[in-house]
Design a protein. Structure first.
Length: 319
């Protein structure tokens, strides 16, 4: 059984090799970036580990022996799942390796934005010492609403971190029942527009689908308060960042904090880089020393289950 890593940014693959060796399996590692390199990397492989490089239908059709793809991470929009299903390839993700890290990063961005930490820092470094010039407006936490778009495992963890500060928590999620929201101490918004129109800070926690792609755009941004913040640690494609940059430059929003982008790395000439009222981090919310080891081991453990004919833990399709 041939197992390959098509691409990864990990400094070592020792964690995967240790897990696989325990089941008598070996591993080959590639650094594929292009479509042709992806085709070559997965050639003759039964199980494939993919991180960032694209795996569209064209690539999957060339992987004649492939029966399993494990995507390093929670999202899997770089893999054509529909094509994989049609070709009899099971696709799995690793959904639980960094839940606390992402929630911690999100909470940090929300607090930094609402308290204008980065803006204060920049002001002092410019030689200024004028609190009111930078501060206005800043609301008390217990007078503010955090709006969560999506209330899955990460969204719920963010709510748990923000509630002790005194924030009211509102969530928009079509899968969240009124009873469950009440049980969790969350007010359920009837629509995205309702949430955006009342929240002082909005944090996105939705999967990227055809329906959620660019859900934050010129129109939906216009529903937000002019002194609101928006945070995205989920998927870059949820936001039309050109529309967001226009809103920020026009001061139609107080600020934004983004860890994920539709194209990564963020383009050197992207207008977001010109916005003083934005915090940018390099898709780092998932990161801790422990989470990386968890990710690598859990991905390899899924392959071991497959090799042994055991039930898979996190398939995202059925074949």
């Amino acid at each position: 059984m041939k197992i390959v890593i098509t691409d990864s940014n990990f400094t070592s693959d020792q964690s995967e090799r240790e897990v696989l060796a325990g089941a008598g399996l070996t591993l080959e590692r590639f650094n594929a970036k292009t479509i042709e390199e992806m085709k070559e990397a997965g050639k003759d492989a039964t199980a494939v580990l993919v991180q960032f490089s694209p795996a569209p239908r064209e690539v999957l059709e060339s992987w004649k022996s492939c029966k399993l793809i494990v995507r390093y991470g929670i999202g899997y929009d770089n893999v054509d799942v529909q094509a994989a299903t049609e070709l009899g390839i099971t696709v799995c993700n690793v959904p639980s390796y960094c839940l606390d890290e992402v929630a911690d990063h999100t909470a940090s961005l929300l607090l930094s934005g609402l308290r204008k930490i980065v803006a204060f820092d920049a002001s002092v470094r410019r030689g200024e010492w004028n609190v009111e010039k930078v501060a206005k407006p800043i609301r008390k936490f217990d007078e503010s609403i955090i709006g969560l778009v999506g209330f899955g495992r990460i969204g719920a963890r963010v709510a748990a971190r923000m509630r002790p500060f005194g924030f009211e928590i509102m969530a928009y999620d079509p899968y969240l029942s009124e009873d469950k929201a009440t049980e969790l101490g969350v007010k359920k918004a009837a629509s995205l527009r309702e949430l955006l129109s009342v929240a002082d800070a909005v944090s996105l926690h939705s999967p990227l689908t055809a329906e959620t792609h660019h859900m934050i755009n010129e129109q939906s941004l216009s529903w937000m308060k002019p002194n609101a913040w928006i945070v995205n640690t989920s998927r870059g494609g949820l936001i039309n960042t050109v529309d967001l940059a226009r809103a920020l430059l026009a001061r139609k929003l107080d600020g934004a904090a983004l860890d994920v982008f539709e194209r990564e790395p963020l383009e050197a000439d992207h207008p977001l880089r010109q916005c003083a009222n934005v915090i940018l981090t390099p898709h780092a919310a998932y990161y801790s020393d422990a989470s990386i080891d968890n990710l690598q081991r859990q991905a390899a453990e899924e392959i071991v289950r497959f090799a042994k004919g055991e039930p898979l833990q996190s398939p995202v399709n059925r074949v």
